[in-house]
Write a protein that binds this ligand. Structure first.
Ligand SMILES: [Zn+2]
Ligand SMILES: [Zn+2]
Length: 648
């Protein structure tokens, strides 16, 4: 079976067998090179691929000594091609060398030019009649296969322009896309798909790229990448009828199993031998995989129950209600008239046990990420409740009440506007994405700083990919746990105003608490001492103290965050993400370079006017920029920190 072969230990990168002396035995990229599980996926700028290939293949290294270059007039055509000596190659071809003639190991000149990324030579040989899809080498591969194994994107593009056929299979049955995936050259895989290669195209063993990735490459990529490109998660090969999940389980690829399960892979699918992935997990003796698969199976059975369907439908409301109740329960227990702190402690422990149980029961629903925002809403609810039930009876003045009401209205308005407004998620249709990949690849810009390999899209300037939202967000500031969403170009100002109004509400609660204590809890500090005064204060109204602590907690984070945000927005003109990025790079910049020297900083006043879009009855004219559509700097400001695509 195929996966058994994969467990043999193989080298990693292609084209390792050049023996150091021009052409030794295994010049061609060996077919078993990726077979050993390979970790990670690191998309790099196009230049990196060339460097990486060159480091691995001796003939591709530029001669170290000048004298070697001088000697090239005596080289044979294979060596001249490997080292990219165009003049020598031309000389030999004009002297009558047939460019279609393979060397004694059946490798053509086009292969040598492709593996060494000699674009000029490819052009020359094609003009002299070289066959683009000539098979050669140990693995009966085309020049395109060799270029893909090496990760030469520019070469792949050029060969495809000259009509190289990506559907051609090599001696091991792999087509172009399979090789790109197996060697983890995702920009090439993206380019091939954009040029019309189906993500689910099977190799000659009827395996799709997703099966190969799940089976042969440890780590979340490229499985994740292929699923994003809509690879079929439950496709089966025709021989063993294994799905990608079967392949991942047999290979013990935990990351891939996790991703495939998240993508909805079936745990009950039987292969040709009647084995489900769970049975295979038992066969490979992997307790972790057995647990994962059984757990997801149970979860899926549970999700079909009526009770859970109701829960799913009203999930947000139920969670919120639960959070409000739990926040109340803690305060109510503390506020109980009982003198026994033991009883209160036991009851509090019960409340925490209930919370823990609820979290465990709903572990499949990403509830944890929503806890901070739910706690915040519940806190605001109980703060308002306390204001109306405890503080209003003390009779704050009408002005106070009006100001408080305005504050609360602003808080709720900005909170919900912030959460409800699209932060500036970059959207593109499948067609647009494919077009983008081709345009960028051909322009040599399939660079992770400009191109998001997760969304398969070109990132506008100042946009960032948010891992939590799994989307690129325009002018992304950060992902807020309090909003449970991204803060980006379109809701950033709401967020800052929300922080301000929350801080003010907390200050109102401090004021209310102080008035309440002064009216209802007579302190006899001078007569009874400090300790008695404190216990008297705590005992007077534990509920008010509880709300006071709650307000203190929210005031702390909200006011710090507000000040940091205002500093960044007004003084620096940067987002949190940009500031963090620049601070990391600042050490490499010339001494004395300030973060303020960036093209987005127009001075404190102008920054504020633009950020909040302040018009002040026509006195100010804020610049309106749609950050979802900005692909070039275009602001007419230069800075040592921002250089074109290198900008944050
Ligand atoms: Zn993205
Ligand atoms: Zn986000």
């Amino acid at each position: 079976m195929d996966w058994e072969e994969s467990n043999e230990s193989h080298g990693h990168d292609g084209c390792h067998g050049h023996g150091g002396q021009g052409h030794g035995h295994s010049h061609g990229p060996g077919g078993h090179n990726f077979g050993g599980m390979v970790h990670g996926f690191m998309p790099g700028p196009p230049g990196q691929f060339a460097q990486r290939g060159e480091a691995l293949t001796d003939p591709t290294q530029q001669p170290k000594k000048r004298s070697h270059m001088d000697d090239s007039s005596s080289w044979d055509i294979v060596k001249a091609t490997q080292f990219g000596i165009l003049d020598r190659c031309k000389e030999l071809v004009e002297a009558g060398y047939d460019v279609r003639q393979p060397d004694k190991e059946n490798v053509s000149l086009l292969h040598w030019a492709a593996i060494n990324n000699r674009l000029e030579l490819i052009k020359f040989y094609i003009s002299k009649g070289a066959a683009i899809d000539q098979l050669g080498g140990d693995l009966n591969s085309t020049p395109l296969h060799w270029a893909i194994r090496q990760g030469h994107l520019a070469m792949v593009i050029q060969l495809m322009r000259y009509g190289a056929d990506p559907t051609q299979a090599d001696g091991e049955g792999y087509r172009a896309l399979h090789l790109a995936v197996l060697f983890q050259h995702m920009p090439i895989a993206a380019y091939l798909m954009a040029k019309g290669q189906e993500v689910d195209v099977p190799d000659q063993n009827e395996q799709t790229s997703l099966m190969l990735a799940a089976q042969k490459i440890i780590g979340p990529e490229p499985t994740n990448f292929l699923l994003k490109c809509n690879a079929s998660v439950n496709a089966v090969d025709k021989v063993n009828r294994n799905s990608p999940l079967h392949c991942a389980v047999l290979a013990g690829n935990v990351d891939a199993v996790h991703i495939l399960l998240e993508a909805g892979a079936s745990v009950d699918l039987e292969n040709a031998n009647g084995h489900t992935p769970i049975e295979l997990a038992h066969q490979v003796h992997s307790p972790l995989l057995i647990h994962m698969l059984n757990h997801i199976k149970q979860e899926r059975i549970k999700s079909n129950s009526t009770c859970l369907k109701v829960f799913t439908k009203y999930r947000v409301c139920l969670q919120l209600l639960f959070c409000v109740l739990m926040t109340w329960a803690v305060g109510a227990i503390v506020d109980m008239s009982s003198e026994s702190w033991l009883l209160k402690g036991v009851l509090l422990a019960c409340v925490f046990a209930v919370i823990n149980l609820a979290l465990r029961q709903t572990s499949g629903y990403n509830v944890r990420s929503q806890i901070p925002s739910m706690v915040l809403i519940a806190s605001i609810f109980w703060m308002l409740f306390t204001w109306f039930m405890y503080f209003i009876p003390d009779g704050p003045s009408a002005t106070m009440q009006v100001l408080f009401t305005i504050n609360v209205t602003a808080l709720l308005y900005y909170y919900f506007r912030c959460g409800r407004t699209d932060p500036g998620v970059i959207k593109a249709t499948e067609q647009e994405k494919k077009k983008n990949v081709v345009v960028l690849a051909e322009a040599g810009c399939l660079d992770p700083r400009i191109f998001c390999t997760s969304c398969m899209m070109r990132k506008p300037m100042r946009a960032n990919h948010c891992l939590t939202c799994d989307a690129c967000v325009a002018k992304q500031d950060h992902h807020s746990i309090w909003i449970n969403g991204c803060i980006g170009a379109r809701n950033h100002h709401y967020f800052v105003l929300f922080l301000l109004s929350l801080s003010l509400l907390c200050i109102w609660m401090f004021y209310g608490s102080l008035v309440y204590y002064s009216r209802n809890c007579p302190l006899h500090y001078s007569e009874e001492g400090l300790w008695a005064a404190i216990t008297g204060l705590v005992g007077c109204s534990p509920w008010v103290l509880y709300i006071f602590s709650m307000a203190f907690f929210h005031l702390t984070w909200a006011s710090i965050l507000f000040l940091v945000q205002i500093f960044q927005v007004a003084y620096l003109g940067l987002t949190t993400a940009e500031r963090a990025n620049l601070m990391m790079r600042q050490r490499k910049l010339p001494q004395g370079t300030s973060l303020r020297q960036n093209p987005y900083n127009f001075g404190v006043l102008r920054n504020l006017v633009n950020f909040f879009q302040l018009r002040c009855c026509g006195l100010c004219k804020p610049v309106v920029v749609d950050w979802t559509q900005q692909y070039s700097l275009g602001l007419g400001r230069d800075s040592p920190m921002f250089n074109g695509s290198d900008a944050v």
